[in-house]
Design a binder for this molecule. Sequence first.
Ligand SMILES: C[S@@+](CC[C@H](N)C(=O)[O-])C[C@H]1O[C@@H](n2cnc3c(N)ncnc32)[C@H](O)[C@@H]1O
Length: 249
Amino acid sequence: MTSPWIAYNDLAWTEDWLADPADYEDEVATFVGLIQRYAATPPQTLLHLGSGAGGMDHVLKRHFTLTGVDLSAGMLAKARATHPDIEYLEGDMRTLRLGRRFDAVAIPDSIDYMASLEDLRRAIATAVAHLKPGGVLLVVGKPQEQFQNNNFAYTGESQGIHITVLENNYINPHRPNTYEATLIYLIRQGGELTMHQDRHILGLFPQATWEQVFREAGLTLHQHTLDGIYDPYLLADGCYPQTIFVGVN
Ligand SMILES: C[S@@+](CC[C@H](N)C(=O)[O-])C[C@H]1O[C@@H](n2cnc3c(N)ncnc32)[C@H](O)[C@@H]1O
């Protein structure tokens, strides 16, 4: 089992060219601060759903005993190679049941893969099923009312390989409550250019839906804004506000 996206499988190796772990420091420090602030007791254990290549785990592991779960074999292989000290498991956040509970659960940048309300509910139910009483769920989402079409560019060069990724976020009016993230990869090596494309259909839910899903899951909701994280990569008049939803069990 793995996911259908080449970005997270055959092209997972490109993460090293495109993402510097230092870039996550401030963002993840914000997440850690919020988890600590809302936890009933000092949180020790964290379940990271959609842990990817482990970029954020550089920071998270300084504060928590971590378990990472991801759907994509390519990303899991990279994460395991980077962090042999972290437990990584292959799993789907819609169905995962580890039979263990954690002080906190974080879904910091993958909840968009819940492309239907049913999937969003299932992911939040998974998180709650893994939370201790008084535990904290942190989810970074993009309420529909604030979301707009955007373009991003990421680039990096190392070991004679130059990589640029252009990402287009597009609200497709023919598919309600979703947007598309389409990625074009330009990989140059030894004078040759290879190009790849990857299309991700992602969920886009109104603010009221976010609040309803947390309420139905029995979580007490707190909300914080997260702005500016992607500004270095946003093109033209882009704007990419996000909301940190913190639910207390
Ligand atoms: C942007 S990446 C996450 C990056 C990661 N949080 C980090 O620290 O670098 C999004 C990840 O979500 C994962 N994903 C998508 N759908 C998933 C699902 N249903 N269950 C678990 N992981 C999923 C993808 O495989 C991908 O690795």
